[in-house]
Design a protein around this ligand. Sequence first.
Ligand code: WT7
Length: 653
Amino acid sequence: MTEPIKWVEKDRSAKNVFWPTEEMKRHAWVADEAIYEQAAADPEGFWAKQAEEISWIKRWGKTYQFEPHNYKWFVGGKLNISFNSLDRHIEAGKGDKIALIWEPEPTETEVIKLTYTELHREVCKFANVLKGLGVKKGDRVGIYLPMIPEAVVAMQACARIGAPHSVVFSAFSPESLRDRLIDAGAKILITADGYFRRTKKIDLKRNADAGVEGTDVEKVIVVNRLGDGAQMTADRDLWYHELMADASDHCLPEEMDSEDLLFILYTSGTTGKPKGVVHTTGGYAVQAAITTKWNFNLHDDDVFWCTADVGWITGHTYVNYGPLMNGSTSVIYEGSPDAPDYGRMWAIIAKHKVTALYTAPTAIRMCVKWGDQWPAKHNLSSLRILGTVGEPINLDAWLWYFEKIGGGRCPIIDTWWQTETGANMINSLPGIGPFMPTIAGRPFPGINAQILEVGGKMQLPPGEGGYLAIGGPLPPALLRGVYRDPERFKDQYFSEYGPEYYFTGDGARKDEPGNVRITGRVDDVMNVAGHRLATAEVESALAQNDKVSEVAVVSRPHDLKGEVPVAFVLLKVGADHSDEIRKELIKTVDSVIGPTARPDEIVFVDNVPKTRSGKIMRRLLKSLVRNEPLGDTSTLVNPECVDELKGLTSYKG
Ligand code: WT7
């Protein structure tokens, strides 16, 4: 059983409202609530102060400059994010500190630990390799790599020479790779022969070969991860290790303007075509660094493990740039959490004495399903902070994470943000709290997040649901454009509320002190018999039934009620797909929200379609239950489940 929790006196009686321990408050970078007011009174001053925490080659002039659809931070400032990630720490005498710990999936393969000095050397060498192949500042470089140290080396090397990277998730199909390489106009691709996933060897090179067909890629650099001898195309393919053998380890960082392009990252939008989210250097660096430091309370003795793949924004910001800019130790794991058994995550934490774990609710729910015995086998006492990201976390998963993983001592930092925002935007700070299941928390200091009415621009009072929008000054790390598509940039983000507000596409509401509950994408909001209801609310209700492992709810048109929810339910092992359980689930919904929220249909499934950031692709389920065309499914991690789902629902349109 959990130790009694020592939370401070505030609201001790309130159920499921948690506060930092005295120890956490002492240890935290920020423990004084006044930070919010101070930052709100002078947000530009707040961000300028944070910017002083990193190194600049030339100090900026104006802190923030706004014109419609064109906003700049740290105007005229010059810096290099790779210098900030590496050289700076070495100059400060931290060269021998471990920067990266790589945990391969096969347990018999040796762990790799790279110190800051060693990582710096690899990055400089690879930067010279790229230069040697003709890559210049501004040239886009494609990266299609698994979770191996070279992924971080490649991103850092690109940043060092000012060549924007476009990382494509290694499990994406050749078609997705091709579209992204073409859109970015990449002439170089960095890939690997393969990697291990769920104890199997995955042939990445084959996908890379298919993906570069029909693109402008001239050279393909191949990391020798498996060592089985990949098929190399003459005059095009080059082995990474051969190029590195001759490369000089001297490479001065390129002087980058604050608003120079740092990277492009593709993400799905409302249309079928993915959009290239554009991030620039200065503002991104500052917000990435400070959110990593404050939210995960990183000190010199911390070991940070963000489980996200480098193919996602979370991997960019919280595996690579954020932890390294803080001179921290970042863990990367190659494989799957169930290899060789369901306890792998917990084994890694015990082995490397991880102090901060950052993962997704979907991963947590999977672990809940696998059972308590797995974490119980490992010593998790090194953990101090837990984080989640990607979707609202339901009460049960939150409490399980808190008790079984955090031992009731570790605050859970529920971070709301997006590929577009580049870095965390809304979350409770570990030394301030409160930590409340299903509620992300307050906007990070200096972030002006508002709940606006639908169809107007009025800021809504506490308790009222509206759209989440971010007002000025627009956040330092916010995207600066959609690559080669300025119209889409304006339409998608600045048409709902005009150029002064970034429109997030999420619904939300605040409580009296300003804590934000995300209710889900606004395209998932239903109107059931005149009641405004988020699909996420029905999901959260169903998830409270202890037989439910995972649930996705989408809306479907209904003759009488306008719209009704349809629930896709994945039951825990041992529960059978029976009408009895269906009735029980309806009862749960009745008791949590009320009969209006009752699903019109409950479909039992073995799998739900997911993107690699762990989000259920509800858009697809919505199309399925409405018998509509399914659209782009290229970002799914498990496309095979779509066929299983067809024909499971009763709607005949
Ligand atoms: C969308 C952004 C940002 C990294 C991972 C996903 C949802 C994200 C939370 C959270 C509730 C969340 C939102 C957002 N989301 N974090 N803590 N609580 N919802 O990045 O693929 O760009 O997705 O994920 O709906 O708009 P992404």
